[in-house]
Structures are given as structure tokens and as C-alpha cells.
Ligand binder design. Structure first.
Ligand SMILES: C[S@@+](CC[C@H](N)C(=O)[O-])C[C@H]1O[C@@H](n2cnc3c(N)ncnc32)[C@H](O)[C@@H]1O
Length: 216
């Protein structure tokens, strides 16, 4: 299958090598990723996927948090995956990094205990969000958990205004459902239950929300 079209991590491919540096200085990246791991409820021997793993920062944090877990990361951008591979090799961590087509997750049905995903869904238009959420539902086991960190609709007008910076960069189409606060609804529509916004982070680019859901 041909690869899906995608928006690179920092919008332009030539900026990708600067991704970790840029995120580190502009966002409370580690706080968001730590909260995501905390709310994901990953247990010792879980099989965990980091969806849209990018340069692998969260993937590595998950493996360090739960060393006995079987941890994989998927992305469709080979450039970021190569950066993730260099980081995991440097740390000597046993993590599976997979280049996939951006549509069909390379896992069998009912296979994973946890899926985590950070700052990926605002890169996907609504149809793609629905497609990927359906895939998440398919590959998670019964009682499996989904934990997403991404931009959502804030009660603060300033945060809503700031999100327009990201909307201008990444496009108004892919960010539309985020801006309207529709991500929790899309997660429910994919079949998940107990969908809840657990935490909100105010950032220079708008509000990032931690959303959890379960496949019952
Ligand atoms: C802003 S970056 C976030 C990377 C990483 N999760 C993090 O928190 O640092 C968005 C990532 O989503 C990836 N992406 C875009 N479309 C995707 C898709 N259909 N499936 C998986 N990853 C995708 C991009 O390649 C990019 O690495």
C-alpha cells in the first residue's frame, strides 16, 4: 500500500533535525510526556505502542518507565524514525521502531495493552483521525487503554488564540477537530468507552490535553 501523505514533525522536512531542540525550548514536553505515561496506566509486561513516535522521546520514556514492557513505535516518516533509532541505540534500549504506511497499523487484532500518542492527531484530518482511531481500537486487546496528548479546545480565549499559530503552520483542515474540541467524541465514535480529559497544559501554542479511553 502507498504511504499516506503526512505533515512532517515541524511542518517542513528541512526543520526535522531541529525537532527535539525546538520542542524542548517551546513546550513543557517532558511534563506532558510524563503525565501521558502516568495516565496511560502501563503495567509491567504490557505490550505498548507509541503511535507517531517521531524522534522516539516518548517511546524511550515508556521503556525506561517500564523496562520489562514490550515497546514499539510507529511512524511513516523515515527521517524521524532514523533519529529515533539513533537515540534508542545510543541508550542500548530494546525498542521496535517500525516504518508503516500511515494507515494500517502493523499489528494483529486484539494485540496490544496500551497505545500512547503525543502531538500526532492534530497532524491528521478528520477522516484520517477516524481511520487511525479505528485501527487503535482494532489492535488493542479487550481492556486495552488509549492515552493521547494533543491540542484541544481550551476554555481560555488566549489559549484558543495561540492555537492559531499551530493551525497556520500545520493547516486549518487537520487541526479543525482539535480546535472544536471534537477529539474525545471521535474517540468514543471509534468504539472506546470511559473517554475522559485527565489533564490540561497551557502552552505557547494552545492547550494540550491528556485524553484516556478504554476498549471494554
Ligand atoms: C509533532 S510530531 C510528534 C512526534 C512525537 N510523538 C513527539 O511527541 O515528539 C508528529 C508526528 O506524527 C507523525 N505522523 C503524521 N501522520 C502520521 C500517521 N498517519 N501515522 C503515524 N504517525 C504520523 C509525523 O511523522 C511526526 O513524527
Amino acid at each position: 500500500m502507498a504511504k499516506a501523505k503526512f505533515i512532517p514533525a515541524l511542518r517542513f522536512k528541512w526543520l526535522t533535525p531541529l525537532y527535539d531542540f525546538f520542542l524542548g525550548i517551546t513546550m513543557p514536553e517532558i511534563k506532558i510526556k510524563n503525565a501521558l505515561i502516568e495516565y496511560a496506566s502501563i503495567s509491567k509486561n504490557s505490550k505498548v505502542l507509541d503511535l507517531g513516535c517521531g524522534t522516539g522521546t516518548l517511546t524511550i520514556m515508556v521503556k525506561e518507565y517500564q523496562p520489562e514492557a514490550n515497546v514499539s513505535g510507529v511512524d511513516l516518516d523515515l527521517q524521524v524514525l532514523n533519529m529515533a533509532m539513533a537515540k534508542t541505540e545510543q541508550k542500548g534500549l530494546d525498542i521496535f521502531l517500525i516504518d508503516y504506511d500511515g494507515s494500517k497499523l502493523p499489528f494483529a487484532h486484539n494485540n496490544l495493552d496500551n497505545i500512547v500518542s503525543c502531538l500526532v492527531f492534530h497532524h491528521l484530518n478528520t477522516f484520517k483521525k477516524q481511520q487511525i482511531l479505528a485501527e487503535c481500537f482494532r489492535v488493542l486487546k479487550k481492556n486495552g487503554r488509549l492515552a493521547i496528548a494533543d491540542f484541544g479546545r481550551s476554555k481560555s480565549w488566549l489559549q484558543r488564540l495561540l492555537f492559531n499559530i499551530i493551525r497556520g503552520l500545520d493547516g486549518f483542515k487537520p487541526t479543525e477537530a482539535n480546535a472544536k474540541g471534537l477529539l474525545p467524541q471521535l474517540i468514543s465514535e471509534a468504539g472506546f468507552e470511559n473517554v475522559a480529559i485527565k489533564k490540561r497544559f497551557k502552552t505557547f501554542f494552545g492547550e494540550v490535553q491528556i485524553i484516556t479511553a478504554e476498549k471494554i
